[in-house]
Design a protein around this ligand. Structure first.
Ligand SMILES: Nc1ncnc2c1ncn2[C@@H]1O[C@H](COP(=O)(O)OP(=O)(O)OP(=O)(O)O)[C@@H](O)[C@H]1O
Length: 583
């Protein structure tokens, strides 16, 4: 859809606001053209000695009343029009945000956060201005132009009107030529602003790494280059826009010269009164606004168009994950990965190859293997963050897409390798999984995740703000807060993706014992533990060893240590490591 069509649809939906603004603008335009005519008559009346005393005062009062009405109407249209255009900004931002939240990781992998942020702010601002200022100026300018032209030609003298308008086609040609350059300059300005935004986003998110690597100066230099490049592109757009001004000035100047020369001749030959010539030159002066409005509208529309060209593909981008499923996950789901194959977009080799595996309700599955083996990928396919390229994931025999995504997400509690904490209190962060949870339930979950003591030691205990604006928790504390969050959710499937990597072995044992007790009490929960440390999976009902996206060993702990494979070797190595640490 083009910007024009989108705006036309919006104006139709908001016809009341735009309609009332148009009526007020039309009234202003009428009053504006009425004033010179009235002034002309007053001048002629004064020159002829006809206008004096109360009649003169009445005429002046009428002119003052017209001025005041123009002022009030201007306030009125602004309120009507800008309320509408800002609501377009709100609609587009809401639409963009809603669309982004429906997209899967494959979508975000192909885009930069800074770009998305720039689209939600800077680009939508540009579209908002096209819907507000540009539409206003286009309507007001055209109306004023028509009325002024009508008054000049029909109201004063058509010969003088046509003569004074002779230079105007030249200006139209200049505008047409300039607008292409303005469009390209705005396109580049928006793209460079995105680039600068991306740099700020990465620089701030990675500020510790930047400092640790001593890259502060280099980073600042790169930022300054990007800021300069964005400013330069905006300035280029302004430079092209600046070319409108001389075009308007020259056209009007020429028009005025013709009007005065030819008008003077008409007056000298008694074909025009001085009052009429005064009105005419005032009308010519009034053409300044429509002329500048045209330049301004072109610039705002070109900027809006450039922004819309960036935004609309995102709003129309097909969802990387379709959510057509309607089924709800059962309370005791049986999970089966069947012949599962998957390659990440742009990846040369598949992350998973024809993998078949089952997890019975209430069982614990351990997944181990060397780094890059595909362990996290397997969990991501169960979470339906990506669609498998081959095979399928089945829940109680039904393919995953048959289930509503919302049902799938609430049935799975997932603790990723690097959990995210929001800028909120620890209690709120834990309660995210179950917003109605009581403080006692939150604390119980924290105890099970072995993080209760740590939380109590924080400055405001459970009320301590964490995340970006709050205190910084250690990696192990963050992991345990995320585990508490997952345990509070009571989801029937719990996925721990290397979620204990930053806690010591003692705490790990404590948490796993709690999990086992929980399972013993409520057998319906299935648990998948991905871990590098084999001690985390040794109690699992079934363990698989992944390597290169395939299962290379599987069984219970006792069976696997008997085999002369990767598991047994790692087990010996990790035992040795533990005994050295214990010394
Ligand atoms: N988003 C991604 N885009 C492209 N390739 C990816 C992506 N995530 C992972 N990979 C690749 O897929 C393969 C499997 O990765 P995965 O994260 O599943 O391994 P893992 O066994 O969990 O590793 P680790 O133990 O180091 O966490 C790796 O080769 C990795 O480089």
């Amino acid at each position: 859809m083009t910007l024009t069509r989108m705006l036309a649809g919006f104006v139709r939906r908001r016809w009341r606001a735009y309609g009332s603004a148009a009526v007020m603008l039309a009234a202003i335009a009428l009053l504006t053209v009425w004033i010179p005519r009235q002034v002309g008559q007053v001048v002629d009346g004064l020159a002829a000695g006809r206008l004096q005393g109360p009649a003169l005062l009445q005429q002046l009062a009428l002119l003052a009343g017209a001025g005041l009405s123009i002022y009030l109407l201007r306030v009125g249209w602004r309120m009507a029009l800008f309320a509408a255009s800002y609501s377009l900004g709100r609609e587009l931002r809401t639409q963009l945000y809603a669309r982004l939240t429906l997209q899967g990781p494959a979508f975000f992998q192909a885009r930069r956060t800074g770009d998305l942020m720039a689209l939600a702010t800077n680009d939508i601002d540009a579209i908002e201005m096209a819907a507000g200022d540009a539409l206003l100026a286009a309507f007001d300018g055209s109306l004023t132009l028509l009325l002024v032209l009508a008054m000049m030609t029909l109201g004063v003298d058509w010969r003088l009107g046509l003569a004074a308008l002779l230079p105007f086609p030249l200006m139209a040609f200049a505008f047409w030529k300039i607008s292409d350059h303005v469009h390209l300059a705005w396109q580049s300005s928006l793209a460079r602003f995105s680039d600068m935004n991306q740099h700020v986003q990465e620089g701030l998110a990675g500020v510790r790494t930047v400092r640790a690597l001593g890259l502060v100066e280099r980073n600042a230099q790169q930022f300054s280059e990007r800021a300069a490049s964005a400013a330069e592109a905006s300035f280029r757009a302004q430079r092209w826009e600046a070319a409108y001004e001389p075009a308007v000035g020259m056209t009007l100047g020429l028009g005025m010269a013709i009007a005065l020369g030819f008008g003077g001749w008409l007056v000298a030959h008694s074909q025009l009164s001085i009052g009429q010539l005064t009105s005419f030159t005032m009308y010519l002066g009034q053409l300044i606004w429509p002329m500048f409005a045209a330049g301004w509208v072109l610039s705002l529309l070109e900027r809006g168009k450039a922004a819309w060209e960036r935004l609309s593909p995102l709003l129309d981008a097909p969802l990387t994950l379709e959510d057509h499923g309607t089924a709800t996950l059962p309370a005791r789901p049986a999970i089966r990965f069947e012949g599962l194959g998957f390659a990440y977009p742009e990846a040369a080799t598949p992350a998973l190859k024809a993998l078949t595996l089952a997890l019975h309700p209430g069982q614990t599955l351990g997944i181990v293997g060397p780094t890059g083996a595909g362990k996290s990928t397997l969990l991501r396919l169960l979470l339906r963050q990506f669609e498998p390229s081959q095979g399928q994931v089945l829940i109680d025999g039904r393919p995953l897409p048959e289930f509503a995504l919302a049902s799938l997400r609430t049935a799975i509690a997932w603790v990723p390798q690097e959990p995210f904490l929001f800028s909120a209190s620890v209690a709120e962060n834990i309660a995210l999984a179950r917003p109605g949870a009581s403080r006692a339930e939150i604390e119980q979950a924290a105890r099970l995740a072995a993080v209760d003591d740590d939380i109590r030691r924080l400055p405001q205990g459970y009320e301590t703000e964490v995340g970006e604006r709050g205190v910084t928790l250690s990696g192990g504390q963050r992991q345990r807060v995320a585990i508490a969050r997952a345990l509070l959710s009571e989801a029937p499937i719990l996925l721990l993706d290397d979620a204990l990597s930053a806690v010591d072995t003692g705490t790990e044992t404590q948490i796993l014992d709690h999990l086992r007790e929980l399972r013993a009490a409520r057998t319906e929960r299935s648990v998948v533990i991905v871990s590098h440390r084999l001690s985390a999976v040794m109690e699992a009902d079934h363990i698989v060893v992944l390597r290169g996206g395939c299962i290379v060993e599987q069984g219970r702990h006792e069976e696997l240590v008997e085999q002369a494979g990767w598991y047994a070797q790692q087990w010996r190595y990790q035992q040795l490591e533990a005994s050295i640490e214990a010394l």
